[in-house]
Design a protein around this ligand. Structure first.
Ligand SMILES: [Zn+2]
Length: 56
């Protein structure tokens, strides 16, 4: 029944809530909302989208 979803509606990233649990930046959500109203993975607790494994 789900139709009419606008193409510009990006899917909300799926964060690792285990990592986000103790994060004060995103308050455990694992995502943050940008000024544009878009959800982004919390860069504080979530690994980058590249996933190059580089430690902070
Ligand atoms: Zn976080």
């Amino acid at each position: 029944m789900a139709h009419g979803v606008p193409h510009h509606a990006l899917p909300i990233p799926r964060p690792d809530l285990g990592l986000a649990r103790d994060c004060e930046h995103c308050l455990g959500w694992g995502t943050v909302v940008t000024r544009d109203g878009e959800h982004q993975l919390c860069h504080t607790c979530q690994p980058g989208p590249g996933g190059d494994g580089t430690a902070v």
